[in-house]
Ligand binder design. Structure first.
Ligand SMILES: Nc1ncnc2c1ncn2[C@@H]1O[C@H](COP(=O)(O)OP(=O)(O)OP(=O)(O)O)[C@@H](O)[C@H]1O
Length: 594
């Protein structure tokens, strides 16, 4: 036997089961010896018999109440008002009660400790004790290698056991779930959510078979991994993972339609007075046609050689997209835009066509070439270190398991000669999302699970609840929602990091399985959104509202979180758990990697 009963008997008794209680929530009468303890958030445990076996039920104390009926009597009130206290009554007659939310139950049978459930309510008078590390260790001996720590139970110094199982098929000892979880990490700015998301990422990174892909619009993960940071030390030195970081200095776009889209939206045509969407799109088509092989001289490949055949660029037959940045390519395009037939294709009405013609004649080609070069630089391999296209980059998560790939889309990492704006950022992210989804589908068709976590920072910008302002943003939102709906069963999970719940698309929130809430969502619209998710569990909301803003605390900062979902052996009933994040990096690295 595990000796758990002896250890249990040695733990501190804080109260007894009181009445009324139910399997959903227990009422606890707090013992006089425990009323001066900080109990809210404490992990507590009780022993009871169910189906002839010893059972241990665990949970957190969510609320402590005090009542003294004597002091509510009007006469007593009067005396207390004058004297401040009535000795036999004030304090002595105080009755403290607490609510305990049971989050997990284990039974001790002949085969050892096994998960069970609270199938009955223990008798009044059943002792409630404070869970200590020694009991916890006995309970989880079988899972010891899988446990991972993000924090201590709220308001205590007891580490809260958690686990981050990979998304692949379960092999002996590797504990895969065989499907992915979508995860949401929420909290207002400064609540510590980015740090927590990184800690969770490291939890997953412990599995050598799991790939991690980070879409990093702020460059936060990238900068943390480039420098000699704790994150880098853990990922590279301790876990021996292959970490690759890419930004626009490396990325090469290859898609012809993407080129048309970017060109049409780049302002290039506006400078020629081509304003309306439809006309700009037609103009972009004409540009692409101009780069294609001329019909009479086309010897090989025709359309299919466009953008694919690296040898074709200099030939008169066509100019490959990755050579479009050359002056030769531009001259050909510029020349085409001056032709009457081409202008006819852009504008059907005579007036507008003539205006275009005039604008063209007075335009300075050198100036236009400068603009052209910045756009086409997105599509070239030249002068790029480790040049890689989106397709090949995404393949890295499928071809070799255990890769960690970070794509930095931040403003401060744009090469000087490259055209860049928010719209392109969205278009690029959209391309990544589509390719990632395809990669997962292909793996699944080949009877593999991708076993990959995609981390998306600033998720509310990519999938806002309100209708996005532009078509590009709207397309990204649709792609993202579509991807997360379908990829779970392919072993592809998404971790969304966001400052808000209320402005993130509902469909994303609905698909999330593991929620982590940091400080700052307890009021106004955020509170509504939160209540919606946790099903109106008032106790939990009240405890969540006691969280203090880490940015305005005196002394050492604590970063409190509430989590719901299958990331802890302490919670398989879906009840929220409360913890304070471990001090990062010191305590976190020591607890998990040393
Ligand atoms: N567990 C922790 N231990 C020590 N310091 C922490 C911890 N969590 C966060 N911090 C510190 O608090 C600050 C804010 O944390 P973080 O960047 O994670 O917040 P955030 O909620 O992601 O904010 P933003 O939305 O602005 O990115 C950082 O300086 C970080 O180093």
């Amino acid at each position: 036997m595990s000796g758990i009963r002896e250890k249990f008997d040695q733990t501190e008794r804080i109260g007894v089961v009181g009445s009324p209680s139910s399997t959903a929530g227990l009422n606890i009468d707090i013992l006089g010896t425990a009323v001066k303890k900080r109990l809210v958030g404490s992990l507590s445990v009780f022993h009871y018999a169910q189906d002839g076996n010893d059972h241990y039920a665990m949970g957190q104390i969510t609320e402590v109440q005090m009542q003294n009926v004597w002091t509510q009597d009007p006469t007593m009130r009067g005396i207390i008002r004058q004297k401040g206290r009535v000795d036999p009554i004030t304090e002595r007659q105080d009755v403290h009660t607490a609510n305990m939310m049971v989050s997990s139950v284990f039974s001790e049978g002949s085969t050892g400790i096994e998960p069970s459930s609270l199938g009955t309510v223990p008798a009044t008078g059943t002792s409630i004790r404070l869970l200590n590390q020694s009991v916890m260790e006995s309970l989880f001996t079988n899972y010891r290698d899988e446990l991972f720590y993000l924090g201590n139970a709220y308001g205590t110094s007891i580490p809260m056991p958690m686990w981050f199982k990979h998304f692949g098929k379960s092999q002996t000892g590797s504990g895969g779930v065989g499907e992915a979880y979508h995860i949401g990490v929420f909290g207002k700015t400064g609540s510590g959510k980015s740090v927590l998301a990184k800690m969770m990422m490291m939890g997953y990174a412990k599995h050598p078979s799991m790939s991690i892909f980070v879409l990093d619009p702020q460059g936060e993960f990238a900068s943390d991994l480039t420098a000699e940071s704790p994150l880098r030390r853990v990922m590279v030195e301790k876990l021996g993972r292959n970490v690759e970081i890419y930004d626009l200095h490396n990325l090469v776009l290859t898609d012809k339609d993407l080129f048309k889209k970017i060109l049409a939206n780049s302002g290039f045509f506006e400078e020629l007075g081509i304003i309306m969407d439809a006309n700009r799109n037609r103009a972009a088509n004409e540009v692409v046609k101009a780069l294609q092989p001329k019909k009479r001289s086309a010897k090989k490949g025709g359309l299919s050689s466009f953008g694919i055949d690296p040898e074709s660029s200099a030939s008169s037959s066509g100019i490959a997209l990755h050579h479009a940045h050359t002056r030769e390519a531009f001259d050909r395009v510029w020349d085409a835009l001056g032709q009457e037939q081409v202008q006819n294709n852009i504008y059907t009405s005579k007036d507008t066509r003539e205006r275009l013609s005039q604008n063209y004649d007075t335009a300075d080609p050198d100036e236009f070439y400068e603009r052209w070069r910045k756009i086409t630089n997105l599509f070239t391999y030249e002068q790029k270190v480790n040049a890689v296209n989106i397709q090949n980059l995404v393949k890295k998560i499928g071809e070799r398991q255990g890769n960690t790939i970070i794509i930095d889309f931040s403003e401060n990492n744009i090469p000087p000669d490259t055209y860049w704006n928010d719209s392109i950022r969205y278009v690029l992210i959209g391309e990544f999302l589509k390719k990632i989804k395809t990669e997962a589908e292909e793996a699944y068709k080949a009877k593999r699970l991708l076993n990959c976590l995609v981390v998306i920072d600033e998720a509310h910008r990519l999938a806002p609840r309100e209708e996005p302002e532009t078509e590009d943003m709207s397309a990204v939102r649709t792609t993202l929602i579509d991807a997360i709906r379908t990829t779970r069963k392919y072993g592809l999970g998404w971790m969304f990091i966001s400052q808000t719940l209320s402005s993130l698309h509902r469909e994303i929130i609905n698909q999330i399985r593991v929620y982590v809430f940091g400080f700052g969502l307890g009021w106004g619209v955020e509170r509504y959104a939160l209540t919606d998710i946790i099903g109106g569990a008032e106790d939990a909301i009240q405890l969540y509202q006691m969280f203090r803003d880490p940015q305005s605390t005196l002394g050492e900062r604590v970063y409190p979180f509430m989590t719901i979902g299958p990331i802890s052996p302490l919670s398989f009933s879906g009840t929220p758990l409360f913890f304070n994040a471990l001090k990062y990096p010191e305590d976190f690295v020591r607890m998990n990697f040393e």
